[in-house]
Write a protein that binds this ligand. Sequence first.
Ligand code: PHE
Length: 339
Amino acid sequence: MLDKIKSLQEEINDFVSKNIDEIEQFRIKLLSKKGEIAALFTEFKNVPNEQKKEIGQKINLLKNSAFEKINSLKSQAQSKKSSSGVEDFTRPAESIPLGTRHPISIVRNEITEIFARLGFTTSTGPEIEDDWHVFSALNFPKEHPARDMQDTFFIEKDPDILLRTHTSSVQVRVMENQQPPIRTISPGRVFRNEAISARAHCIFHQVEGLYIDTDVSFADLKQALLYFAQEMFGKETKIRLRPSFFPFTEPSAEMDISCQLCGGKGCNVCKYTGWLEILGCGMVDPNVLESCNIDNEKYTGFAFGMGIERIAMLKYQVKDLRLYFENDVRFLRQFKSAY
Ligand code: PHE
């Protein structure tokens, strides 16, 4: 019996094959119920007691080595099968996992596209600004609360260097460098000293628009904003303008859109009013034009500004603004876009 074990062990050691069927035949020969190792176990009953320990161990070792050998040959044969041999050139390529754009970028790009169709260019400017471009040129009185440390992040005092609180500062730069007609929007990041909550953040994004030419009227403003609202939120969308105040526009208004969830009937998103506020707007104050060396007798203009987070929250029904800043991929992966 020891001889039999020894010769089987040699057979196992010597066996080589890359052919799955051959390996399987070898497995059946050795390890199946009627295989040679099973036969050894049957025979084992007749082994005298004093040899049982030694022979038992040898059969077990033999069985284990047969298992190992067959398994390793099989896995080699399988991996060979997929990585060598004739390449299949028609096989589709492995797909490359694509990232997604951030929802704020998606909405910003969409807003930019809509206004581009109306002939608006895009302009950008610095996030770190001076008092002139953020406040003074925009007709903010000296005592205006926005100039307070509580609302604005100052970097230096006298001369004041600060983080812009709106991208209207970019439009001041455009007006200083270009004569009308001007038709531009300025998307960008803005900073306000506010406590972070589901509805407010100290960093957020805006798109502000400016149109200056001869004979620009409030009716032009209304038409442009109606076009924007319907492109962004759907053809059924209605707009409503409510009187408001901004230092840089006169008259000023805030614009609401009809709630796209309830269609204006009233629901908890629009707080049962049927309307959602989305932006501020108005006719550019002649003082602003003068500050930027634009003839305010000859030219008039309109301006508007909106928060991108606000638009994105309404578009995607996201209730907590903070999700846009946390960059949790489980949240971000849900946004797919052509923009
Ligand atoms: N700049 C204003 C803001 O930050 C928005 C606005 C822009 C309002 C232009 C009227 C006209 O809120």
